[in-house]
Design a protein around this ligand. Structure first.
Ligand SMILES: [Zn+2]
Length: 256
């Protein structure tokens, strides 16, 4: 049993074959997926998909750091309303991004802190995006961590030191396609970190694993990540799958 803990299957990239794509996922043991939101424009399609595929697609609610612009307070108000009015399974995706936009980092931090507060009051796990500023995101979580923050640093591609800090905060690392890329040192880092805090994710339609790199990503491809993790930790695939499933249910207990 596999849970894809971060996947944008509600995007239009999947409009022509969504049901077939989900069937392919189910054929590869993917039983549930978590849908992270982007901003107010993606809410309708995200909630619609979770209604169309109940017991399979579960909504999260949040404002993505790349959508934090001058109007972010109004965006946050809309998203908080949606979070309160709908059964959500996480606050995401939230965080910081220094790759696409360094200028807005101060308002990104403000939006991130606000949404971490929501996760605490709603007792929901977070899905954190931290491109090119993982240490900064960890600093913020560390300052706010009183035992009430749980969740995943999604698409982890950081250093061993960052991984250790995340682990000591009681948080998890989302592992996906990056693991299979030749120029990535992630395999060695994970070997040092261990598998206790790892969960699977695609971030589909982005970040397809080798040998699908460059194509649209989808949850059935998690099989490649599972294969790679079982080689790294010298476990058989079945055992690795069970470990990762249990890890995911510890972070997202409302899924079971
Ligand atoms: Zn994402």
């Amino acid at each position: 049993m596999i849970i894809d803990t971060h996947t944008h299957l509600y995007l239009e990239e999947f409009n022509t074959d969504r049901s077939e794509m989900i069937q392919r996922a189910r054929d590869k043991s993917v039983i549930k997926v978590l849908l992270p939101n982007i901003d107010s424009s993606s809410i309708d399609s995200l909630l619609q998909m979770s209604m169309d595929y109940p017991e399979f697609a579960y909504p999260m609610m949040g404002l993505h750091p790349c959508s934090v612009k001058e109007n972010y307070k109004a965006e946050l108000n809309k998203i908080e309303k949606m979070l309160n009015e709908n059964k959500c399974f996480g606050v995401g995706e939230i965080g910081l991004d220094m790759y696409w936009d360094k200028e807005s980092i101060e308002i990104q931090k403000d939006a991130f802190i606000t949404q971490l507060q929501w996760s605490k009051s709603a007792k929901l796990p977070v899905s954190i995006h931290s491109r090119e500023c993982t240490n900064m995101a960890i600093d913020i979580v560390e300052q706010m961590q009183d035992g009430a923050i749980t969740g995943v640093f999604h698409c982890f591609g950081g250093s061993l030191e960052e991984g250790l800090r995340i682990k000591s905060l009681g948080m998890y690392l989302g592992i996906g396609g990056v693991l299979t890329y030749k120029n990535s040192n992630l395999k060695n880092i994970l070997l040092e970190l261990g598998y206790e805090n790892l969960v699977l994710e695609t971030d589909a339609p982005y970040l397809s694993p080798v040998p699908m790199r460059g194509k649209r990503n989808e949850p059935s491809y998690l099989d490649y990540i599972l294969e790679s993790l079982s080689q790294i930790f010298s476990k058989d695939k079945q055992e690795m799958e069970e470990i990762l499933y249990l890890n995911s249910t510890r972070v997202f207990p409302d899924l079971v």
